[in-house]
Design a protein around this ligand. Sequence first.
Ligand code: ADP
Length: 192
Amino acid sequence: MERKQALALVKEQLRPKRYEHTVRVTDTAISLARHYKLDVKKIEIAAIFHDYAKYRNPNEMKRWVLSEKLPQDLLEYGPELLHGPVGSIMIEKEVGIKDPEIQSAIYYHTTGKRNMSLFDQIIFIADYIEPGRSFPGVEEVRSVVYHDINKACWLAARNTIEFLMEHEQPIYPDTFQLYNEGLVKTGRNVNG
Ligand SMILES: Nc1ncnc2c1ncn2[C@@H]1O[C@H](COP(=O)(O)OP(=O)(O)O)[C@@H](O)[C@H]1O
């Protein structure tokens, strides 16, 4: 699918600010894909569709979780966490995009997870660092992402966990697993 057609399809699904965010995520992801030598056209499609389900009705998303047998614990964390997993299914059913790499990146773009592929990482971190983001710590992530994308994803997970804890929000465990993985892989675990 071409960029123009893909953007037109998501524009119908999103509010104007979210659509602008999507365009910035897409441009950021393309730049990272060029740098890390991934398929730029494929990254572009994943980025354009990453928030496809963002404004779907929470009850509709809940029905998709149940009918598609997605992990039911997602339902305990509020509707915000559903749009990635549900969006990964919806793009196949509604748009005809059936591609495991694209669908995985959309599925995990909010929480991250351990063992992300480079493709997953690029969508996850492009969403976090796109130029419209201004939360604490984002500059540090931008400064490392072109030479150490593992570190960038780890920092994003750490910052998100800190933010959610400060606000006493529940935290879906995939983000903890990404955080832990970074410490274990760099030897900074409890025994190190
Ligand atoms: N593991 C998690 N558990 C609960 N909430 C999370 C987790 N990871 C991220 N979030 C929250 O989900 C919300 C949506 O994330 P965001 O990056 O804005 O996604 P998107 O750009 O796709 O809308 C943010 O408020 C973020 O703090």
